[in-house]
Structure formats: structure tokens, C-alpha cells
Write a protein that binds this ligand. Structure first.
Ligand code: 4AD
Ligand code: MG
Length: 477
């Protein structure tokens, strides 16, 4: 007997055939109706049980969470809510789930409660839908780059370079016991590090991607990156996935064009391929919003918002223009910004970014030409000597989703910038080589994958869009 997925059976192609299906019991109503799901799709398949035909002991084992196999005839359903159902002839219990102990019962659980059960939460409709959308987005990303002439390149995870110069890195060590050897001064003996060298988990694959772009033309990375920031926000993780394209012969304008087209394309892909999950997530969000005051509700439902972003131009504004707008604005009638923008050169806080996107322009915004002082060393210096060819993409409800730039390709300027920031040339000798041998204009950006998933699913906390979140609180799994 061939076992089909629930998704396949719901299409109704196997009507009146004997079929088998495996899955986990969602509910078992009136000793008669099993709602079964195998993760292939949001909708459950109904399996109708004639209890007189089955052993009572077996029926007692059909509880929420149990893994079972049902064999029977696929028939049209007369009941509401489904077109087809299985008239069960045979039921096999793969694995029971004791209702006294199994935490995922058929009722509404809070997201906070489910975060404590990261290994089981994907069995709820919400998390299953989010993770299917996440998977579809990952596929869409690879598809986009493949169709646009990019090579997928794997940056190292263990690295000696600090790409962002932000100093928020996890150190790699080869210590086999928990008590590191100390020097006479009582400091950790770094000789015990990665075979004698000081290394870290990568914060970004950009520098290595630049090396590859300078030979393969257009490349991208898509892998885990790490930041040892002890920030407990709903937008930061210690381990997150980043997509980093890097393109030879692209200036900042071409970089912005690519980033915009890329984001629109992958959102368009999920709109087309994840309709059922998106509708479910949209409804979940609407139900949640009903409990909030009007002012906190969003003016667009999820699917409408995704369509809007995938079909309309992003607004491009220079940092200097943005500062002017912010100086002359109040976030609402009475309140000032918590961090007022007093002078040109200040870094934007998320309240400013969200004001520009959500209140002022009401669409995604690309901010470019930031002050050199608040950006990383590798960004190309403008003719004015004080701004760099940087760009950040800001999204409604999220804030920064992309950070990128045109890279400094001139050896002398790059060396000077490194000297100004006390970055030793020995550390990045190979990066400088790229400017010595066949240097060229090039650009790239990094998209935070989880922030994209947040946007696409309408979820509110980054911990709920990655399977096992790594934050200061969630290190148990
Ligand atoms: O702006 P960032 O730090 O840029 C870079 O790392 C560049 N080297 C990228 C490049 O040009 N190739 O990070 C890029 C994006 C951010 O815009 C944000 O979406 C995401 O990565 N990000 C985080 N996402 C989750 N948790 C964190 N702690 C994040 N830090 C950055
Ligand atoms: Mg950034």
C-alpha cells in the first residue's frame, strides 16, 4: 500500500482508492474523527473511524500528538470543512503521546510558552506555517541568484578577521576541558585557541565574498553568522542567517537596484507558493490585533502588505536628507523622539528608522551615503571626504533589514582608513592584496534572513521565526 502525503491526498486525485497516510494526530473527536497532519500542508486530513471495527485499546492510544498510520479508502466527504476523507480500515500506532504529559494540546498556547518547547512547537499550526514559509523563502533566494548569474559560495565560519569591526565576536577555542589554562597574569592563555591562532565565529562572510567576486564576478553566501551581542530585542539573535551577495563592477546604484529587485522577487515567490500558510498567518494576526487598541493595529493585512512591497518602488533617500526630515518631525503630536537628532553625523536609532518608513514615507526606504564615522572601514569614501557609499534598507515593522555598500577599491584610501581606525594591515594583508592585484569597483549587501522571515510571516519576535533561537535566554536547546 502506497503511503501518500496529506497534501497529495487532499488534491482528491486518488478518490475511491485504497490509500495509506502517516502523520501526527491533531485531534480525535467523538471516538470517530481523527484530524491527521504530516506537515506537508496546513490542512489536516480527516480519517473516519468506525469504532466497532477497532480494538478499544488501540482507540485509547489515538491521542493528540501520537504518530499513526491510517490505511483506508479515500472518499468524498459530506461533512463541512473538507472535500475528501479516509474511511479507515486499519490503524497502526507508530508512537503514543501520553495526554497527561504531552504539552501541545489542542488549544491556544502563548508564543512565550511555546518558546520553552522549541523542540515541539513546530507541531502547532503557527510554527509549521512559519517554518514552511521560511523554507520557501530560502529556496526562492537560491533560485533568484541562480537565475541571475550568481555563484553560491561558502564563506568560512571560523575566521581570523573581524568583518564589521564591531568587536562583538564569539571566540573559537580548542580547549577540551571547561577550565582554560591561564597565563601567569591570570588571563586566558590564547595559545590554547584555534591551534595557536586567535579566531572567531564569523560575523559576516563579506570579506571572503569580495575575494570570490573578484574572480567569479557575482557570488553570494547564505549561511549562519554570529554576534555576541547581549541585546534582548525582538530583532536580534546571537546566531542568525545572512544572505550576502557581492558583485564585481557594481557601483552603489547597481547594488541598490539589485537589492530591491531581489527582495521583491522572493516576496513575490512566497505570495505565489505559500498562499495557504500566509492566509492562516494573516488570520492569526488579525485575531491578535483585535485585542489591541486601534492605534496599534496595522493599516494593511499581511498579504496586502506583502503585495504592496513586492509591487511598489522603495524610496531612496540620502542620510543627509533623512536627518533634515527627522529634525523637522515629531513622531506624534505631543512626543519627541527619545533620542532627538541634534546634529549631522549621529547614528539613527530604530525609532528614527521606523518613523521614516512607517510614518513619513509609508513604504520601504533605502538610506544611502552615511557619515563615514558610523560605518565600517571597508566602505567607499565619497568625494566629500566625510560620507561613504553605504546603504541600509529599512522595512515597515522591522527597521533595518539590509546593510550594504560599495567597497573601497583604492589601495591607498583603504590603507589610510584602516590606519585611522587602528586596524593592523597584517591582519588583513590578503584583503589588501585584492586591491593590489586587479582591483575594480565592486559592491554587495547583507540581508538578515530572520528579519525577512519576520516580515513575510507577520510574526512579532525574531525568536519565533528560527527553529532553535540563540539568545542570552535561549541556550538550553
Ligand atoms: O548591517 P550588517 O551588520 O552588515 C554586514 O554584516 C555587512 N558585512 C553585510 C554586507 O555588506 N555583506 O548586517 C546585515 C544585516 C542587517 O541589516 C540585519 O538584517 C541582519 O544582518 N542582522 C541581524 N539579524 C539578526 N540578529 C542580529 N544580531 C543581526 N545583526 C545584523
Ligand atoms: Mg547594519
Amino acid at each position: 500500500m502506497k503511503a501518500y502525503s496529506v497534501k497529495e491526498l487532499l488534491k482528491g486525485n486518488h478518490l475511491l482508492q485504497e490509500v495509506a497516510v502517516n502523520g501526527w494526530v491533531k485531534t480525535f473527536r467523538s471516538n470517530r474523527f481523527i484530524a491527521l497532519n504530516d506537515g506537508s500542508t496546513l490542512t489536516n486530513i480527516q480519517c473516519v473511524v468506525d469504532f466497532e471495527k477497532f480494538d478499544e485499546k488501540l482507540l485509547k492510544k489515538i491521542n493528540t500528538g501520537a504518530a499513526i498510520k491510517v490505511t483506508g479508502t479515500l472518499v468524498e466527504s459530506l461533512g463541512k470543512g473538507q472535500n475528501v476523507e479516509i474511511q479507515a480500515n486499519e490503524i497502526k500506532i507508530h508512537g503514543e503521546a501520553d495526554p497527561e504529559e504531552y504539552p501541545i494540546q489542542p488549544k491556544k498556547h502563548s508564543l512565550e510558552f511555546l518558546r520553552e518547547k522549541a523542540h515541539l512547537r513546530v507541531r502547532t499550526n503557527t510554527f509549521a506555517a512559519v517554518m514552511r514559509v521560511r523554507s520557501a523563502l530560502a529556496f526562492a533566494i537560491h533560485k533568484y541568484f541562480r537565475e541571475n548569474g550568481f555563484y553560491y559560495f561558502h564563506a568560512p565560519i571560523i575566521t581570523g578577521s573581524d568583518a564589521e569591526g564591531a568587536g562583538e565576536m564569539f571566540r573559537v577555542t580548542t580547549l577540551s576541558d571547561k577550565n582554560p589554562k591561564l597565563t601567569e597574569e591570570g588571563e586566558v592563555d590564547y595559545k590554547e585557541d584555534f591551534f595557536g591562532k586567535e579566531t572567531n565565529l564569523t560575523v559576516s562572510g563579506q570579506l571572503e565574498a569580495e575575494a570570490y567576486a573578484m574572480a567569479l564576478g557575482k557570488v553570494y553566501t547564505f549561511g549562519p553568522t554570529f554576534r555576541a551581542e547581549n541585546s534582548n530585542t525582538s530583532r536580534h539573535l546571537a546566531e542568525f542567517w545572512m544572505i550576502e551577495p557581492e558583485m564585481a563592477f557594481y557601483d552603489l546604484d547597481a547594488n541598490m537596484d539589485l537589492a530591491e529587485d531581489f527582495i521583491k522577487s522572493v516576496i513575490g515567490y512566497v505570495l505565489e507558493h505559500c498562499q495557504e500558510d500566509l492566509q492562516f498567518l494573516e488570520k492569526r494576526l488579525l485575531d491578535e490585533e483585535k485585542t489591541k487598541p486601534q492605534a496599534q493595529r496595522s493599516d494593511m493585512a499581511l498579504i496586502e502588505k506583502l503585495k504592496f512591497v513586492s509591487e511598489n518602488s522603495f524610496k531612496r533617500v540620502s542620510y543627509t536628507e533623512a536627518i533634515d526630515i527627522l529634525r523637522n518631525s515629531k513622531p506624534n503630536k505631543k512626543k519627541k523622539f527619545q533620542y532627538p537628532i541634534d546634529e549631522w553625523g549621529a547614528d539613527l536609532q530604530s525609532e528614527h528608522e521606523r518613523f521614516l518608513v512607517e510614518k513619513h514615507f509609508k513604504c520601504p526606504v533605502i538610506l544611502f551615503d552615511y557619515p563615514a564615522k558610523i560605518k565600517a572601514f571597508y566602505m567607499r569614501l565619497n568625494e566629500d571626504g566625510k560620507t561613504v557609499r553605504a546603504m541600509d534598507i529599512l522595512f515597515p515593522g522591522i527597521g533595518e533589514i539590509v546593510g550594504g555598500s560599495q567597497r573601497e577599491e583604492r589601495l591607498d584610501v583603504l590603507k589610510q582608513k584602516m590606519a585611522d581606525l587602528n586596524i593592523p594591515e597584517e591582519e588583513l594583508w590578503w584583503y589588501l592584496d585584492l586591491r593590489k592585484f586587479g582591483t575594480a569597483v565592486h559592491s554587495g549587501f547583507g540581508l538578515g534572513f530572520e528579519r525577512l522571515v519576520l516580515f513575510a510571516t507577520g510574526m512579532g519576535n525574531i525568536r519565533d521565526v528560527i527553529p532553535f533561537p540563540r539568545t542570552p535566554q535561549n541556550a538550553e536547546f
